[in-house]
Design a protein. Structure first.
Ligand code: 5GP
Length: 229
């Protein structure tokens, strides 16, 4: 009865540092076949353990700027330490055209650009329960210099100021609850009237006519009605 749009939805997931958005996205992808994740390009150096084509498509600063000139990005931004991050236009278009819903895990600058281009995008912001919790999580990882940690917090506080521009905010104090909340958001969004192409029901005149005829037959078979007859 309900004809959905053939093209998928764009979903942006942003979040403060160490909020666990990567883990939430992995769980969402595991549990929902119709979801896919857009793989971003970046000019930042690969970290130990990262894989080209899995974590990002790692390219040089020059290659990134060439792609900007060619108009290859849906959005891009210098996110940290002057390094570029960007969403590839063609790949996302292709995924959406197959009817898949596409998650973009991008920062607040990218979210702003995408929202302007596609106002119907669903914007979700994931937060850690507190900054003290973030500090604990960063210290446990212990991979970064003091400057890098300070920079993460400066960025985190700036990003929190952008939350009013998002549609939803989810606090990740429990992974399973957070995943369920994001799934609930996506389910509700799919039911929104403005995301439905058409509501098709049987023709009213024909349907009512048939219904009346059926009622008449049923009435005739009714034992009480027969007695009255
Ligand atoms: P990192 O991978 O260096 O830990 O963090 C990357 C930051 O850049 C995260 O905040 C992530 O959301 C953001 N990011 C990743 N890919 C993109 C992208 O394609 N565009 C934008 N604007 N931000 C991105």
């Amino acid at each position: 009865m309900i004809k959905r749009k053939k093209s998928g939805e764009l979903i942006i997931i942003s979040g403060t540092t160490c909020a666990g958005k990567g883990t939430i996205i992995d769980k969402l992808l595991e549990r929902n076949d119709n979801l896919s994740l857009s793989l971003s390009y970046t000019s930042r150096p690969m970290r130990p353990g990262e894989v080209d084509g899995v974590d990002y498509k790692f390219i040089s600063h020059e290659e990134f700027e060439e792609k900007i000139k060619n108009g290859d990005f849906l959005e891009y931004a210098k996110v940290r330490y002057g390094e570029y991050f960007g969403t590839p236009k063609e790949e996302v278009k292709k995924l959406l055209s197959t009817g898949k819903d596409v998650i973009l895990e991008i920062d607040v600058q990218g979210a702003r650009q995408i929202k302007e281009l596609f106002p119907e995008t669903i914007l979700i912001f994931i937060m850690a329960p507190s900054m003290s919790e973030v500090k604990k999580r960063i210290k446990t990882r212990g991979k970064e210099t003091k400057e890098q940690v300070l920079d993460r917090f400066i960025t985190a506080y700036k990003e929190i100021n952008e939350i009013p521009k998002y549609n939803y905010v989810v606090v990740n104090d429990n992974l399973e609850d957070a995943v369920e909340k994001v799934e609930a958001i996506l389910i509700s969004e799919k039911c929104r009237v403005d995301r439905i192409e058409e509501i098709a029901v049987e023709n009213q005149e024909e349907f009512m006519h048939e219904l009346l005829l059926e009622d008449e037959k049923e009435f005739k078979n009714d034992p009480i009605a027969k007695k009255i007859d």
